[in-house]
Design a protein around this ligand. Structure first.
Ligand code: LLP
Length: 423
């Protein structure tokens, strides 16, 4: 009953579609997304922020599937993008340019040109050099570019070190001490319209406190700019709202977070912008995989499955925890087993779970890796010449393949040999 998952006649289902049915139709490994869970998350956050105008700009990097993007666009979400590729994906999926914010520490001229030409809501500026470059590109295009300054509030969000982006020593954002000078420069450049301030302190944050602390840091500069007559539109507090992965993880109290943030921003008269990725799609995704075999090596037991680190990198890269459960959950206790769940990739780091107590799964059985909707498919690769997983979206009783699995010959056909080898 959690995350849109159900059990129908002893079989695990996403909404009303049994995962076994999807595996039979599409094969494995396959990512399955529940449209209802994405909508539920979006509405929960929107509801939490209802008391004040708020733009929920979905961080496309978490899951850039066109179906996911189009679904969120139809719910009213905007997009937080970090590349020209994500800009294109968001526009094609139907996200209006006025709901798109462009983040990222290394934006290319061609990407800036595309964003300025599309008329995005804000380009979140990371440095003085970038500010000047955006002005130059806008001048060349004969346009005025809307910009926000991404400040580095120097807040420790208490998360994995790879996921903390708002510390002073990180590569992201403009130092608070430079904020006023950079804002003055932005306001002096006729090709730019300064629409607000932004920050993003990290990812997988489960408390409201770090968000409120970064708001506090930004608030003084907002007031100084407003006192100086700057017609600001928005305050963008970034993404990073976390989800529960392990059964012992607590849930983010989104109602409380939304109430606190909107109450804080309201007196400034600015729209609130949020850039959640994981929170909207993380729990909505399951990675469906089949057990290839079991193996014992000394004291260690391995369950070998057909999904691997190329499909879901988070366990290997961050030691991340994703629940793994059998798809056949028919009545009766089944024996458990302490094992590593590993894929076929030739790397010791290729595991989906380490030293985990799981239901004893036999070869041929299906397993579901849960909470895999964010940074799963988005970080997948074809390492070991493994075609990317298929993707499926479920909506009630219906399901649709939103990305078909490619054959290896299709992958090969995407390449060309140099003439001297083809002769
Ligand atoms: N805005 C900015 C500027 C960001 O850099 C990010 C994520 C987000 C929004 C969205 O963060 P979210 O709401 O999803 O936490 N690959 C890692 C996560 C990296 C996040 C990078 N930035 C993982 O698998 O946990």
């Amino acid at each position: 009953a959690r995350w849109g998952l159900r059990v129908h006649a002893g079989r695990l289902a996403v909404e009303d579609v049994a995962l076994a049915e999807i595996a039979a139709a599409v094969g494995t490994p396959t990512y399955v997304y529940g449209a209802g869970e994405i909508a539920a998350r979006f509405h929960a956050l929107a509801r939490a922020c209802r008391s004040h105008p708020t733009l929920i700009a979905y961080a496309v990097k978490a899951n850039s599937s066109q179906a996911v993007l189009a679904h969120l666009a139809q719910l009213g979400a905007g997009a937080d993008i970090v590349s020209g590729g994500e800009l294109r994906r968001a526009l094609v999926a139907g996200v209006p340019a006025d709901k798109i914010v462009f983040s990222g520490v290394g934006k290319l001229d061609a990407e800036l040109d595309a964003a300025i030409a599309a008329g995005v809501r804000a380009i979140n500026i990371e440095s003085v050099a970038e500010l000047d470059r955006v002005a130059a590109r806008a001048r060349a295009l004969g346009r005025v570019a809307a910009v926000a300054l991404r400040l580095n509030p120097d807040i420790d969000p208490d998360t994995h070190p790879y996921l903390a982006t708002g510390l002073r020593e990180s590569k992201f954002g403009i130092a608070m001490s430079d904020g006023a000078a950079v804002a003055a420069r932005a306001r002096a450049l006729p090709e730019l319209r300064l629409v607000g301030l932004a920050c993003h302190i990290g990812s997988q944050i489960l408390d409201a406190a770090p968000f409120l602390a970064s708001f506090e840091r930004l608030c003084g500069l907002v007031r100084a700019l407003q006192a100086d007559g700057a017609p600001l539109r928005q305050l963008d507090l970034g993404g990073g709202m976390g989800i529960a992965y392990a059964p012992t993880d607590r849930e983010l109290d989104v109602e409380r977070l939304g109430a606190a943030l909107t109450a804080a921003v309201a007196p400034l008269g600015l729209e609130l912008v949020l850039e959640p990725g994981r929170f909207l799609v993380g729990t909505a995704g399951v990675l469906l995989t089949q057990v290839i075999g079991r193996k014992r090596s000394g004291e260690r037991e391995f369950v070998i499955v057909d999904a691997a680190m190329n499909d879901l990198l988070r366990p290997a890269l961050y030691g991340a925890y994703h629940p793994i459960v059998p798809v056949e959950v028919a009545a009766g206790e089944r024996p458990t087993l302490r094992a590593d769940v590993v894929g076929p990739v030739c790397e010791c780091g290729d595991f989906l779970a380490e030293n985990r107590l799981i239901a004893a799964a036999e070869p041929g059985e299906l397993l579901a890796v849960l909470s895999a909707g964010a940074y799963g498919m988005a970080m997948a690769s074809t390492y070991n010449s493994r075609p990317l997983a298929a993707e499926v979206m479920v909506h009630g009783r219906e399901f649709a393949v939103t990305r078909a699995r490619k054959t290896v010959d299709q992958l090969i056909a995407e390449e060309q040999l140099p003439a001297w080898l083809a002769r």
